[in-house]
Ligand binder design. Structure first.
Ligand code: FPP
Length: 243
């Protein structure tokens, strides 16, 4: 029997890394690594539901990923469209809301339309949220927020003295989503790569050498167990549950 989990993170964010190496190790094209990675996405969505994790944010495509070979980029976009077509039924069945953070406007029309439709169709669900970071960059997100605030100041709707942490946070892509409690990165890389720079200030980080296509329920539950063993103090002297 598995040990009971001490505390369950409300929000888990994941940098899904290692699809290319997984494929390379098997002598397969990189696209096969991404396909297997999509199966891990399905498995982790299921595991979140079972564990009671309410928010799952996945780094599916960064602003930097546009510089990959054209074939790989278009393959990832078509995989995303197929994923939505297949998974939308699960979102409806389990009442999960789909959201996107990032520069949606950069995506090809087919992906944009599929995403917009699925977001609208699931907008009223509140059992959980699946947040896909697409054409996402943490610095871009903060710079965009700063620009919008500057516009409000220029228009006379805000005073510079009103700009504080709470106000800036309201201009981010998904201001109502609580900050991630746990950030997972697969494939052995130990860096943040421009992901949720603002929101991960107090997150617990979990790095694993497992490549993303091999990261399934069992590996996810191990990360949750490790999280349950951590003591979160937020710079304070005593442990606290959540901010
Ligand atoms: C990193 O592996 C992964 C990505 C850049 C893309 C993530 C995409 C998926 C998991 C596919 C499906 C996602 C959805 C939401 C349907 P890498 O290619 O950088 O691996 P490498 O570092 O080994 O080359």
């Amino acid at each position: 029997m598995s040990e009971p989990l001490a505390s369950i993170p409300r929000h888990v964010a994941i940098i899904m890394d290692g699809n290319g190496r997984w494929a390379q190790q098997r002598g397969l094209p990189r696209s096969q690594g991404h396909e297997a990675g999509a199966d891990s996405v399905r498995a982790v969505i299921r595991a979140c539901r079972q564990a009671g994790v309410k928010y799952l944010t996945l780094y599916a495509f960064s602003v930097e990923n546009w510089s990959r070979p054209r074939d790989e980029v278009s393959g990832l976009m078509s995989l995303l469209v197929r994923f939505l077509q297949r998974e939308e039924a699960v979102l409806h069945e389990k009442k999960i809301r789909l959201r996107i953070i990032g520069r949606l406007e950069d995506l090809p029309p087919e992906a944009r339309e599929g995403l917009a439709r699925a977001m609208e169709a699931t907008a009223s669900y509140d059992e959980g949220q699946l947040i896909l970071a697409l054409s996402y960059g943490g610095r871009t997100e903060i710079a965009t927020a700063a620009r919008r605030i500057a516009e409000e100041v220029q228009a006379g709707n805000l005073q510079p003295a009103q700009v504080d942490e709470a106000l800036l946070a309201r201009y981010l892509y998904a201001p109502d989503v609580p900050d991630p409690d746990l950030l997972i990165r697969t494939s052995g890389e130990i860096r943040i790569s421009n992901f949720l720079l603002w929101q991960t200030s107090y997150a617990e980080f979990y790095f694993t050498p497992v490549l993303w296509p091999d990261f399934r329920e069992e590996q996810f539950n191990e990360a949750l167990r490790e999280y349950g063993r951590r003591r979160r103090r937020y710079g304070d002297v005593k442990e606290r549950e959540a901010l």
